[in-house]
Design a protein around this ligand. Structure first.
Ligand code: ATP
Length: 445
């Protein structure tokens, strides 16, 4: 994890936030490549969830909702973690995660593991961030920053099912920020207080819920494999009844083998009719499906939910590689080409050669309209390749003396390091084809 954190910082993917003020623990800002990576992940999710299907529509709901939403959902009452304080080191811990935490005085021990540790009794701590709507704090209405995007979807069930003329099975998907006042954030982006969720609520006839639950576990697992995560680092873990949330009829975690061990990447839950029933009660608006021949029922909901942050950490861990090539070490991020922040680099071999620069610039102009490409003429060619390897650029096109003679360029493959020549006029089509090819990580299964 340390190597990944340091690479992310060095190459401008992710910075600790508020750094010039000393930082705000476990809060991060995304730099240029981090933003490009995030955009690609969101685009691949949006394709798989919406563009490639006929049964799911998009939504973008507000962050601050009516406070009653969170009463109906059970968050005001039950969205809590048990918290203990240590009177000795003054740190706070999640009572159910003491085994994953370090004692403030002796980091090799867990809290409570030394004679000096003096832990309080656990008390329940609500993870929702509170805020006030209105100009006067005292008179304003208490509200919350959403801790999940799902509730914004449930409260729009009626709008969407009527206006989009949908009948179950159909889904509503959204991407947006969620906020949780986590007691013990950490492990880089894995557990943060502000994160971007990608959630989809799939409404189905109750009798079909189990089948759709299994279907969505397989679909989501398939998505991770499609974008190159290694099979051996992914597993599905079904929750036992005692572990499930209050709303759940069945939950499975798609887990990834992070450096901290197997941990939840994405959750897939069968939420039953809990949410629509509760919002019907609390809002007095009936949220149900009424068929053309009078048939009516409250649909069950299957929900795949994940954060971009957990996907980013999994992709980085899976992609990170070091190898020695020609007695020199290189660090490379072996990203799937469709998630890599930069698809191709355009490199004139000699930055001072005007003709090479002109050809390289014109290729860059042609490609940048369709792809994320980067022009770079700064430094020795070997160093430029290394830079692109470190940000995970799958291909580099180099313009050299021969280009000036016969209008061909070399393309270098990030993973195999193979080089081939192709006509400069064919680069665009070559890149389109290469992006569509099936990709498997050279790191094996
Ligand atoms: P955990 O048990 O790890 O706290 P959770 O079961 O509370 O997670 P859910 O409420 O199911 O998580 O949230 C759905 C998804 O949102 C998770 O699978 C994860 O990808 C993501 N997520 C939840 N909390 C965080 C967080 N603090 N930081 C980053 N991502 C998060």
């Amino acid at each position: 994890m340390d190597q990944i954190v340091s690479l992310c910082r060095r190459r401008g993917f992710v910075f600790p936030s508020s750094e010039i003020y000393g930082g705000l623990g476990s809060t991060y800002d995304y730099g240029h490549y981090g933003v490009l990576l995030k955009n690609n992940i969101k685009a691949r999710w949006f394709e798989a969830m919406i563009l490639e299907r006929d049964d799911i529509v998009a939504l973008d709901s507000a962050v601050i909702l009516h406070p009653r939403v969170w009463e109906a959902s059970g968050h005001v009452e039950g969205f809590t973690d048990p918290l203990v304080d240590c009177r000795t080191c003054k740190l706070r811990f999640r009572a159910d995660k003491l085994e994953d935490s370090q004692c403030g005085r002796k980091p090799s021990k867990h809290p409570g593991g030394t004679p000096e540790c003096d832990l309080t009794e656990p008390r329940q701590f609500n993870l929702m961030f509170e805020t006030t709507v209105g100009p006067v704090k005292e008179a304003g209405a208490k509200a919350y920053l959403r801790p999940e995007t799902a509730q914004g979807i449930f409260i729009n069930f009626k709008n969407v099912s009527q206006l989009a003329r949908r009948r179950p099975p159909f889904g509503i998907a959204q991407i947006g920020k969620s906020f949780r006042n986590e007691i013990t954030p950490g492990n880089f982006l894995f557990r943060v207080r502000e994160f971007e969720q990608m959630e989809m609520e799939f409404f189905v006839p109750p009798a079909d819920a189990e089948r759709w639950y299994r279907y969505w576990i397989d679909e989501r697992l398939g998505w991770y494999l499609r974008y190159g995560l290694r099979r051996s680092r992914l597993r599905v873990r079904e929750h036992g009844p005692e572990e499930r949330s209050h709303y759940s009829q069945g939950t499975s975690d798609i887990e990834y083998l992070y450096p901290i061990g197997w941990s939840e990447l994405e959750g897939v839950a069968n939420r039953g009719d809990f949410d629509l029933t509760r919002h019907s009660e609390f809002s007095t608006t009936k949220l149900e499906y009424v068929g053309p021949d009078g048939e009516r029922y409250v649909p069950y909901v299957i929900e795949p939910a994940v954060s971009l942050e957990r996907i980013i950490v999994a992709l980085l861990v899976d992609a990170y590689d070091e190898e020695v090539v020609g007695e020199r070490e290189r660090t490379v991020l072996r990203f799937h080409p469709q998630v890599a922040p930069v698809t191709a680099a355009i490199l004139p071999l000699i930055a001072k050669d005007d003709s090479m620069v002109a050809k390289a610039r014109s290729l860059h102009e042609e490609l940048r309209r369709r792809q994320s490409v980067e022009y770079d003429d700064n430094g020795a060619i070997g160093r430029r390749y290394r830079r692109q390897d470190e940000i995970g650029t799958p291909w580099a096109f180099t313009i050299d003396e021969q280009t000036l003679a016969d209008d061909t360029v070399t393309v270098r493959d990030r993973d195999s390091l193979a080089q081939e020549r192709l006509p400069i006029g064919g680069v665009r089509a070559w890149l389109d084809d290469a992006l569509e090819r099936e990709w498997r990580t050279p790191k094996g299964d």
